[in-house]
Design a protein around this ligand. Sequence first.
Ligand code: M6R
Length: 615
Amino acid sequence: MCGIVGYIGNREATPILLEGLKRLEYRGYDSSGISTLVDRSFKMSKQTGRVADLVRLASKDRVSGTLGICHTRWATHGGVTKENSHPHISFDGKISLVHNGVIENYLSIKKFLESTGVEFQSETDTEVFCNLIAYHYAKEDESSPTRFLDSVRRTLKHIEGTYGIAVICADCPNELVGARKGSPLIVGIGEDELLLASDVSAIISRTTNVVYLNDGELVSLKDGKVNLTTWDDQERTPDIQQINWDIEESELGDYPHYMLKEIFEQPEAVTNSMRGRFSDDRSSAKFGGLNISPQELRQIDRILFCACGTAWHACLVGEYLIERYARIPVEVEYASEFRYRNAPLDKNTLVIVLSQSGETIDTLAALSEAKRKGFRTLAINNSVGSTIAREADGGIYQHAGPEVGVASTKAFTSQLTILSMLALYLGRLRDLSYQEGIEYVDALEKLPNLIGETLKINDAVLKVAEKYKDMQDCLFLGRQDMFPIALEGALKLKEISYIHAEGYPAAEMKHGPIALICKECPVIVLATQPDIHGKLVSNIQEVKARGAPIIAVACESTPLPDDLVDDQIIIPDCHRSILPVLASIPMQLLSYHIANLRGCDVDKPRNLAKSVTVE
Ligand code: M6R
């Protein structure tokens, strides 16, 4: 969850590190810090609060030097205090370290180090890590040129848990060391400089040449060279990969928030998700990286989706789409549950994991568990080169562009688009006719324009938001494929406006949540499907009879009577395969405007982080 950047080169490290850190702030933002090496001692600034405050502090503290590390934190062990923020410096002033992950056996190591006289300054597992390196460093042969690296390697043998680390040593002004196990770490190869980071976005302004570390690897960046080894000191030749991100894609531009920018980028994002992915006869979809043949796919008799959060909601939509168009039974699991559940699975099950970041630890663990059991696995994700993308047998990249806002928007609709295409592809391998395929492709090709049309509701949604911004509770109702959209609407509202919200299948409301209905609890009803319109009207009547204000989302050709609803947002008519995408847009805009009107920090909601890389 935390963000890490390290720098070694000829230039002043601080501005480069802090610029990278700003781009990583979405990973966590409780506190932040930087340490550099000058004349064999560390210069350090750290504080609770945002990176913008750290920039001022580091300038005041005159943090300088050409070697340094920095960190933005999402607290796991220990509260949000200056002492607990990273970097940490070892008891003897020799080692400084930043860490992303959780050390599970830190208490026993701490006890041991305390018995040797080490005093701790913080409550963190990271300080234990840092001091254990210093402990081993003191014991290594002083004349060895690899003394520092060896002390890190020795430490890793005693560490249980997950980590991505960047470490510097007071005696080694020419060396920056990194290691990973379960938390991402990449090396950036720039001009006369090398960088370490937990995420490509931190270094993209300096280089597009990167090396991904694998779990169990260490890297020493020294004298312009990248020396990659495993725990047991096996060398690996660095495989340099080119990142094709455009830096402007991750800039805010004229928008006040990334979330709003990303909502408005959706026509382009889904265009990129679909680009080059239709069959020549335009009756089906095609995907380059599945690594599974049409013959093998025809043998699949069940699909299991695993994901977390918004990606899990996308899977629920995928279930409706694939069952409807491909007639393959689908199950959806929370990745965090699947990994420990030992669910019996049929041998012809295809396991598909979804993750925007490709680094969510629970989703990664679910993928590993599925692979360990011998299932074919696919990953749908938005981050080229991410751990999940590299671990899965095959996959589909979303190509939605970088998503910075913590609340996922364009990544979600891009996932829905890809799932819709996958349903088409699997359907065409089975019983979906050529003519149905042609109509389906036609609908998908219209999607970017229809999203553009739907975004015109922005002003109308703002008015609705002004009316309801002070509510304390809110219910979202939908049926069939609109149920996951109701769940997603409720999640969006909760995470950025802190209003209590719940998503429910509209008819299920009678079995409990109806007790919550009162005039202070507005109800948002996704009344978009013509085939069940009558049923939805009945559900709305039930709510209306109990006095709750009703905000309906309806399609152009099936609006609801004005006397039935208090407010109505109209979206364009469309093919059922893309309706979930269009219906998501009012959900996104409503939560954005409500959060903004309430003065919430839309892009960095409290307690959250964009990428959840700890369990
Ligand atoms: O990167 P992932 O798609 O694996 O992330 C999964 C969830 O953490 C994520 O969707 C989260 O729920 C978002 N904050 C939702 O807006």
